[in-house]
Design a protein around this ligand. Sequence first.
Ligand code: FO1
Length: 308
Amino acid sequence: MRLTALAGGVGAAKLLSGIVRVSPPEKLTVIVNTGDDFQCMGLHISPDLDTVTYTLAGIENPATGWGIRDDSFHCLERLRELGADTWFQLGDRDLATHIFRTHRLQAGERLSEIVSAAARANGIQTRILPMTDSFVPTLVHTDEGTLEFQDYFVRRKCAPVVRGFDFKDIQAAMPASGVLESIRQAKAVIVCPSNPFISIGPILNVPGVREALQTTRARILAVSPIVAGEALKGPAANMMRQLGLEVSAFGVASLYRDFLDVFVIDSADGDLRAPIEALGIQVHTVNTIMDSTASRIALAEPVLDLLS
Ligand code: FO1
């Protein structure tokens, strides 16, 4: 079965690592958010692409979800000694990825080519695609003005109140080669349990992607990133609250209702089945908390069953 997944960072990477343990990794294409990308110390950082790549390679840092396991921070410490602003923690081995990517981008290569090269070098059989080769950074409109995403997320620790989002220059961006085809030609599409605004939102805003999801013959399934009114990780619940949306799996289902066939929600949210079904979406309840390899597989299995 040919599968395509839309992915943000940590939550998506965990589910994908379960999926590739129980189905052929080479049949999976992952379209990854690049709205979090930014320049740090002259380097091009792609947090979600790296989280997905490191996790599928089995070298992710399990404590943070981002960066490389057991990495050291000698370079960052030295930069701090030199008086540099070091609010964004770049590990030594992680830095190699950013240097590799930045150098090749400067030489004129496309981001998607560089991502493929890194995946190959990491022994990954799954196809990883950035949503676009263009730089379309997420801008967060807040009560303190408009902030670049990593400024809002890491430096300001999501403290400003969110009023909305923009993805700079996205109307002029093209989907990376293979993005639309992989949605149109897949047997099924999985929307990973990622933040609907800042992880899945940018992908849906790449020209042609939402239309491809609305018109594909693939069955489309999403896993809720909200469980019992809280986000599994990150600021999704706060953002929903601040934007005046219902903070629940129902709130997320409403955002995807124009293309979603099946919504997998946590067993704790069984009472939301009827309202979500009333949106015309089939509902399946299961434990969606992925706190071990076994629980990643235990979520991946019913997801694949529902799609086969
Ligand atoms: N997140 C943090 O909260 N603090 C950091 O210092 C940090 C460093 C970092 C370095 C490389 C990388 O790929 C990701 C990193 N992240 C860090 C995570 C990242 O900024 C966010 O988790 C994602 O953008 C949200 O999906």
